[in-house]
Design a protein around this ligand. Structure first.
Ligand code: MG
Length: 250
């Protein structure tokens, strides 16, 4: 069931979104050679708790940490650990928070030290494709209009888009209807009406889009072990356009 959010609900989600902006502000400068993914998770955890918000992912279906942290060929759902980041790695941090029972969800991919040009391009493409999707929005348009625009941008750069994991509605639960695929056909899917809030999250691969889950039961990697990037924002759709609750996209 797709639910449109009231002004009050959007206010709470805006506060939950602001907490994630603060998380990224605090975590980003710590992304350096030699830091562990667990160190980054700890910074995120402290930021959410200091803001008086609640951590969304820890305990969700048994997930053990505050963030999903995925490195290089890991696409999503990586578990923070003692792994030290190396020069040239690409690290994605996906994190959720809630305020008075209303959720926000967002992800960033960052370079560790210097990365090569192609990997920078891969990283930028996740964010650029989300922007391309949003630019397809008009009140009453369909999910497929955004999906098609995201897919088109990614393919125009020579990359592929993950199919098995998709974006989602968000509100009282972290995952609500509708699903938001990062590929598809314009003119298809549920309508996007003002008041709908979506977590849109393109996952871009430099090789084939097929993925598999590692034996830890969580970490999703590309089957061909080529690298991936991920960008996610929580977006409120309005009569005039959209508001990004978790970042600067406009
Ligand atoms: Mg999400």
């Amino acid at each position: 069931m797709i639910t449109l959010k009231s002004k009050r609900e959007i206010e709470l989600m805006t506060r939950a979104g602001a907490v994630l902006k603060q998380v990224f502000e605090n975590v980003k400068p710590a992304v350096t050679v030699g830091v562990t993914t667990r160190d980054l998770d700890k910074i995120a955890e402290e930021t959410i708790l200091n803001a008086g918000a609640e951590i969304a992912f820890k305990g969700y279906r048994g997930f053990p940490a505050t963030c999903c942290i995925s490195v290089n060929e890991e696409v999503v759902h990586g578990i923070p650990s003692d792994r030290k980041l190396c020069e040239g790695d690409l690290v994605s941090v996906d994190v959720g928070a809630s305020v008075e029972g209303y959720f926000s969800d967002a992800a960033r991919t960052w370079p560790v030290g210097k990365i090569d040009k192609q990997r920078k391009h891969l990283m930028d493409t996740a964010r650029d494709s989300l922007k391309a999707g949003l630019s397809a929005y008009k009140p009453g348009c369909r999910i497929g209009d955004l999906s098609a625009a995201i897919e088109q941008l990614i393919k125009s750069r020579g990359f592929e888009v993950v199919r098995e994991y998709v974006g989602h509605g968000i509100g009282k639960k972290i995952h609500e209807d509708p699903q938001v695929p990062n590929y598809g056909k314009s003119g298809y899917g549920p309508r996007i009406e003002p008041g709908l809030v979506l977590a849109i999250e393109p996952m871009v691969t430099e090789g084939h889009y097929a993925v598999e889950t590692l034996k830890d039961g969580w970490t999703v990697v590309t089957k061909d072990r080529k690298w991936a990037s991920h960008h996610e924002e929580t977006i409120v759709f309005t009569e005039k356009g959209f508001i990004c609750l978790t970042g600067e996209i406009s």
